[in-house]
Design a binder for this molecule. Structure first.
Ligand code: MN
Length: 257
């Protein structure tokens, strides 16, 4: 099995190298990841400038490819023929923070897996729920082991077309994680605040600041599963149609006059 590994934090991020180390045990691995941090860049398709690709060395000395494109560009490049043989599995991560609820619409980690699903390839996003005020190096090893075990199983199973998996791992030692929960998206609570300052020339600039998002830890949701000590697997679909609302809108009788 040929696996493509990417991320949205950049090719030198330790979350990526931890996952690369594990994934090499289950297949042939190609790493193609952005040359800088694209976190919260959403789903990108770069169409108006060239994309450059060059070699990079990971911290353990293994070879990787890097590009000035976005995470989803990495997947598109690989699946359009840059990487041979064409990857059968795309893994994105490990993101240093959880991607929960509405985060999936911002997340470069998740949108890389979406790009795989669009191309008809199994896509898995892996994020670690590192505590907000964690100090010192983050331990990605338990999440990398779990991601690898799950990836090995998932590739043997019939994941429907257009579905990708958003996996979030609690920040716990391996033997303290209680299991795997299949979840739905929970409700993220954003605490963004607009910060207005002045640059040295007296012109205003704006920064979206504020505190990290919190969330409602309902049972059955991604947020709830992490709070309960479970790995959360949320199946996401590319069809965002609000199907139950179609009769409502039809009933509105919207017309052109
Ligand atoms: Mn990130």
């Amino acid at each position: 099995m040929h696996i493509l590994l990417t991320n949205d934090d950049g090719v030198y991020h330790p979350g990526l190298s931890a996952l690369a180390y594990q994934l090499r045990s289950i297949g042939e691995l190609t790493v193609l990841a952005p040359d800088h941090n694209w976190s919260a860049s959403g789903h990108v398709k770069t169409l108006h400038r060239p994309l450059r690709v060059w070699e990079a060395d990971l911290a353990d000395g293994t070879k990787a490819l890097t590009t000035d494109g976005a995470p989803s560009d990495c997947v598109a490049l690989a699946l359009l023929g840059l990487v041979q043989p064409s990857p059968e599995l795309v893994v994105s991560g490990i993101n240093p923070h959880a991607n929960l609820g509405h985060d999936v619409t911002y997340s470069g980690t998740v949108t890389a897996a979406m790009e795989a699903a669009i191309a008809g390839v199994t896509g898995i996003a892996i994020s670690l729920d590192t505590p907000e005020h964690h100090e010192g190096p983050v331990d990605y090893a338990p999440a990398a082991v779990i991601a690898c075990r799950l990836a090995r199983q998932i590739t043997q199973l019939p994941l429907p077309e257009g579905v990708l998996l958003n996996i979030n791992v609690p920040y716990l030692p391996l033997n303290s994680i209680r299991g795997v929960a299949i979840t739905r998206q929970g409700l993220r609570v954003y605490r963004d605040a607009l910060v207005r300052r002045e640059d040295p020339r007296g012109r205003p600039y704006y920064w979206i600041g504020g505190e990290a998002p919190s969330g409602v830890a309902d049972h059955g949701t991604d947020i709830g599963a992490l709070a309960e000590g479970f790995v959360s697997i949320t199946p996401l679909q590319l069809d965002l149609t609000a199907l139950p609302e179609i009769p409502l809108l039809e009933g509105w009788g919207l017309g052109l006059d």
